[in-house]
Design a binder for this molecule. Sequence first.
Ligand code: BGP
Length: 489
Amino acid sequence: MMKDKPENIFPKDFLWGGALAACQAEGAYNQGGKTLTVPDCMEFLPERDRKDKKHIEITRETIENAKKDNDTVKYPKRRGINFYNTYKEDIALFAEMGFKVFRYSISWARVFPDGDNDVPNEEALKFYDNVIDECLNNNIEPLITISHFDMPVTLIDNYGGWYNYKLINLYVKYCEVLFKRYKGKVKYWITFNEINMSARKSVKTLGILNEGQENYKEMVYQGLHHQFVAAAKVTKLAHQIDSNNQVGSMVAFFTTYPYTCVPEDVLFTQKDNQMKNLFFLDVLNKGSYPYYAKTFFKNNNIELSISEEDLNVIKENTADFIGLSYYNSMIASSKPNLLELTPGNVESVYKNPHLEHNEWGWQIDPVGFRYTLNHIYDRYNVPLFVLENSSGFLDVLEDDNSIHDPYRIDFLNRHIEQMQLAIKDGVNLIGYTMWGPIDMISSGTSEMSKRYGFIYVDQDNFGNGSKKRYKKDSFYWYKDLIAKNGNIY
Ligand code: BGP
């Protein structure tokens, strides 16, 4: 059969680039006035929990241990890749590849170290001024994630995290500072990174500690409701401050196929998809709680406190576009005990016999990417922005400082091809920021060895290494791809 090869149809102003997060790149975890965040505590998890890959969440005990120890050698995650000091050199490399956009996050705990300070920390803002100006000087559009998996510990200690309604105003205040300061410089904003991860990793996204509360699940959904209200409020505020602002929602889209065409499997998968993916976009992009969520809450004895005013704010301030990350696909079945499991570093998933997976159990599915883009666009009809895509790999730095990574080029090529086909299908896609153009600390494993970059960082899992940057073969490949505006043929 002839392969469906399209002509190059990426729009002329398509935003090619890459994405990083402050908590995985910056380091300087206790410098410049910054206070502790949840990811700074991850390495203090007791060994027993770190081995149990299924559910890694920090506890109060972990936080207290993290507060006592300032060591960045023993705990390299706290050092990130030193982006706090190397941002100029790193952004210059992104510019060399021809980036049109750079997605980066701002650390709330840097800007408001106590969470509820009267005034923001000027030293932090100066750092972000520098990062943003460096992008603009290199003709790179900065795209800012306002909150990327780095819940400030002060907000957990003093407020109990997002379960507390007061977090809404604190977040609005934080956003107001950013919108005013970066007016005319930053146009694209993401309110919460992968907001749907809250249902899985509630501490790093919501800051709600699981201390055996009987209604923990209810607390998580209440916290999420507060994030929905906060996202809607700041979308309104962003538009008021600058009518050019574009505020996006974002989910990690877990595309899930029925294991068989047995109708029960199809139905099961439909329901799974609803609460895993669609619920979040339905609230943020359609502006109301969907019927199936109400049924889910009823069936699980979840009673949320939601006012009319909250619902109106959500209804009137839907997001301007949808941001998504796409790494893999999954399968679901009404009879899961019949399925084989693939162990993974975030969670084990049921094995799709038609797909391969990477070292960490993430199933590789380029065609699923096209399917996902169509699926989302069909339902919401707003512009889409791919904010994360790629795979972790184990790279080798050769004696001559080269890194040969044909597997990365192959992975990205296959996904970009499908992205192009989705555009041909009619999907309105405005940009693509692959994850992460420079190696950094993995969010899921807290290790350095799970590498994504076009730029190699000489640092190992224990923080050893020169931290020097080296260009991989894929660096030149991506540079060429951007120069050809995505024409992979
Ligand atoms: C996403 C996060 C990123 C990033 C990526 C890869 O869920 O938004 O922060 O880390 O996953 O995950 P990992 O680092 O675990 O390989």
